[in-house]
Design a protein around this ligand. Structure first.
Ligand code: SAM
Length: 194
């Protein structure tokens, strides 16, 4: 798992981006989640979203990398952390009210499986909110197709994912896609349709 190797330097590497724009986008993403609900985060990483969680009835943060999880543990007492693969969640059907992920669907190898799992653990009309870097439209998109060859090889990161399209193909209802950074980043708000 590449993130076991990246864990130690992750927060430091992201710090300038957090200051510049990312922390603000994280807050905006989590503002779409319901209050006093059962919330699941997948691919929680080192826990950079924890400070923006709404008041929750139960908050669970899943992460596949043990090393990322170790760092996340130091940032919270109230969120339940579990080591979990988003493609096969160790959670019951219909057991949460909303789910979210930030910068995760670029690194999940089979996104369709993760979307199926989210739909399984959520109920009809529950919200899924995603902040993801994606393949931009137009000529830029082709450049990202080239970048993708290197980012997958180096960081297991898919640089040209069309995440909103994948979510729709997986059966989710897309409520809104907010473009950020000229469409390189999308805030995707969708709803379970089952
Ligand atoms: C770019 S990091 C983002 C971390 C965090 N969400 C953030 O916004 O800083 C991607 C994270 O997704 C996790 N990840 C990748 N594939 C996963 C999977 N199948 N299940 C759960 N987490 C996964 C990685 O271990 C890593 O922590």
């Amino acid at each position: 798992m590449i993130y076991d190797k990246l864990a130690k330097g992750y927060d430091k590497a992201l710090a300038p981006f957090e200051k510049w724009f990312l922390d603000k986008w994280r807050a905006e993403t989590l503002s779409y989640l319901p209050q006093n609900a059962k919330i699941l985060e997948i691919g929680a990483g080192t826990g950079l979203n924890f400070k923006h969680y709404p008041k929750c009835q139960n908050a669970v943060a899943g992460e596949i990398s043990v090393k990322m999880l170790e760092i996340a543990r130091k940032k919270t007492n109230s969120i339940n952390l579990i080591q979990a693969n988003a493609e096969k969640l160790p959670l019951s059907d219909n057991s949460f009210d909303a789910a979210f992920a930030t910068l995760v669907f670029c690194s999940i190898s089979k996104p369709e499986k993760a979307f199926a799992e989210l739909q399984r653990i959520l109920k009809a009309k529950d919200k899924i909110v995603l902040l993801e870097h994606v393949r931009p439209n137009g000529l830029f998109g082709y450049l990202f197709d080239v970048f993708n060859i290197f980012t997958v090889a180096l960081f297991e990161d898919y640089f040209n994912r069309e995440t909103a399209k994948l979510a729709e193909e997986a059966g989710l209802k897309i409520l809104e896609v907010k473009q950020k950074a000229f469409g390189i980043v999308n805030l995707i708000i969708c709803e379970v349709d089952k």
